[in-house]
Write a protein of this length. Structure first.
Length: 425
C-alpha cells in the first residue's frame, strides 16, 4: 500500500508531537493515533522537505542522564562542592530493532528508497535451528524441574557464635580412585572407602569446631578422580586407576557432598559451599555446581557459589579468603591476583588467605599482606604417586576465623582415627 500523502501543515503537527515525546517514534505514533509506519513516513518526509530542522537538531544532541554524584564535605560536615556524574542516555528500548541470532540467519533482503535509505528489510532464519534451540531450552528447564529439592534442615538450637566462621576445606579427595596396597605399598582405596573416611572426618571436624553461626565448605578441586566414562585425565589422557563406573562415581560423590552439607547445617546456621574444578574433573565440577544450586534451591540456609571462574573469594569481617585448585597458577602469584580482583575487599581486611589443593601436601607461604596454603588430602597414594616417590600425609583440617582477629583455631583428623570403626563395620 502506498504511503499517505501529507501536507506541510500535517508534517509540522506531527513534528510537534515527535518533539514532545523526545523523538520516540512509537510513543509519538500512539499519541497521534496513527500506525508507527505512518508516523515514520511523516518524519522521513520532514527530513526530505527540510522541515523542522531546529527540532531534529535539538533531538540529535547527545542526551545525558545522571549516574551519580560526588560531594566534598569539610571537617565540620558542611557541603563545599558537588559534582554530578553523567553518561549518555542511550536509545529507548522501544526504538531498538531486535534481530535474530546471526548464527541462524540465512538471507537478508533490503529495500532502499530513492535517497538510498533503508525502507524495508526481511531477515530469513533457519527454522530447524530456531526450533532446535527452543526445544533445548525447554528440555533444560524441564530437567531442572525434575531434580528433587532438598528439604530444609531444622536450624540448630542453642547459642551460636556471631563472630566466628568455621571452614572445612576439602582437599583433592579423588572419589573414584583405586589404590591396591600390593601395588602402592600403602592404604587401600575405592569408592566405599572414599565415602567412609570423608564422612567420618567431616563429622569429627564439624563436631569439634565451636557452633559458629556461619560455615564455609570449599571443595578445592579434583573431588572426582576422572571426568567421563574414560578413566583418563582430560587434558593429557593419562591412564588412571579407577574404581567403578562414571555414573557410580557421581552417585557416591553427590552422596558425600550432601552428607557434609547436612552435617554442617545441623551445627551452623548458614553454610556457603564453593566447589572448584580441578585438572581431573573440570566438566563434572561445572555440572555439580549447577546441580547443587538446584538441589538446595528451597534451603535458605545454604548458599551455593555458582561461579565457574578459576578464582573464588569469601569475605568475613576482616578476613578475605581466596580459593583456587592450584594447577593454573603458582602460589606466589595469588596475592597479586587477589589484590587485583578484590581491591575494595583487600582494603577492608587485615587477614588474607588463599586455600588451594592439587599438590596433595600441607604447605604455607607468607607474602606481604597475604598467605597461601596448600591442603593435604584424605586419599592415599595411587600407583603413579607411590612410584614417583610422593609420601604426603593423609589429613583433613578445619580452620576457625574470628571476625576481628583472623584465624583462632585449627583442627586436624586423619583416616587412622577411624580404622577400627570401619573394620568393625
Amino acid at each position: 500500500m502506498a504511503p499517505p500523502k501529507t501536507t506541510d501543515a500535517a508534517i509540522l503537527d506531527a513534528l510537534k508531537i515527535f518533539d514532545a515525546r523526545n523523538g520516540n517514534v512509537t510513543l509519538a505514533a500512539a499519541a497521534a493515533g496513527v500506525p508507527r509506519s505512518t508516523f515514520q513516513h511523516y518524519i522521513n518526509e520532514a527530513k526530505a522537505r527540510g522541515l523542522g530542522k531546529e527540532i531534529f537538531e535539538k533531538l540529535n544532541k547527545p542526551k545525558f542522564v545522571i549516574k551519580g554524584e560526588s560531594l566534598l564535605i569539610d571537617p565540620a560536615g558542611n557541603l563545599k562542592e558537588r559534582w554530578e556524574k553523567t553518561k549518555l542516555a542511550g536509545r529507548d528500548p522501544v526504538d531498538v530493532e531486535m534481530v535474530p541470532d546471526p548464527k541462524k540467519i540465512v538471507k537478508i533482503s533490503t529495500l532502499y528508497d530513492q535517497q538510498g535509505k533503508v525502507a524495508m528489510q526481511w531477515i530469513g532464519e533457519k527454522p530447524e535451528d530456531h526450533a532446535r534451540e527452543a526445544l533445548w531450552r525447554e528440555f533444560a528447564g524441564q530437567l531442572a524441574k525434575d531434580i528433587p529439592r532438598a528439604k530444609p534442615v531444622p536450624k540448630p538450637k542453642g547459642y551460636a557464635h556471631e563472630d566466628l566462621l568455621a571452614s572445612y576445606p576439602v582437599g583433592d579427595h579423588h572419589t573414584g580412585m583405586m589404590a591396591w596396597p600390593l601395588e602402592t605399598g600403602g592404604e587401600a582405596y575405592d569408592l566405599k572407602i572414599a565415602e567412609e573416611i570423608i564422612r567420618e572426618a567431616a563429622l569429627r571436624l564439624i563436631g569439634t569446631c565451636p557452633p559458629c553461626k556461619q560455615a564455609i565448605i570449599p571443595f578445592l578441586g579434583d573431588f572426582f578422580h576422572y571426568d567421563s566414562y574414560a578413566a583418563v585425565t582430560p587434558a593429557h589422557k593419562n591412564l588412571l586407576d579407577a574404581d567403578g563406573r562414571y555414573p557410580k562415581m557421581i552417585e557416591v560423590g553427590v552422596r558425600i557432598i550432601r552428607h557434609i552439607i547436612t552435617a554442617a547445617l545441623e551445627r551452623h546456621h548458614h553454610v556457603t559451599v564453593i566447589f572448584k574444578g580441578g585438572n581431573h574433573d573440570p566438566s563434572t565440577s561445572a555440572c555439580i555446581r549447577t546441580f547443587l544450586a538446584c538441589l538446595y534451591e528451597n534451603e535458605p540456609r545454604v548458599k551455593i557459589d555458582t561461579s565457574h571462574a578459576e578464582f573464588s573469594y569469601f569475605e568475613f569481617g576482616k578476613n578475605l579468603l581466596g580459593f583456587h585448585h592450584g594447577d593454573k597458577t603458582k602460589l606466589d602469584r595469588l596475592p597479586g591476583i587477589m589484590a587485583h580482583d578484590r581491591p575494595e575487599a583487600w582494603g577492608r581486611t587485615d587477614f588474607r588467605l588463599w586455600m588451594t589443593g592439587h599438590v596433595h601436601k600441607e604447605s604455607r607461604l607468607e607474602f606481604p599482606g597475604c598467605s597461601a596454603e596448600t591442603f593435604p588430602v584424605l586419599a592415599p597414594l595411587d600407583a603413579y604417586a607411590a612410584g614417583a616417590g610422593y609420601r604426603s600425609k593423609q589429613q583433613m583440617k578445619a580452620i576457625v576465623f574470628h571476625r576481628e582477629h583472623g584465624e583462632v583455631e585449627r583442627h586436624t583428623v586423619n583416616p587412622g582415627m577411624f580404622e577400627k570403626r570401619r573394620a568393625a563395620a
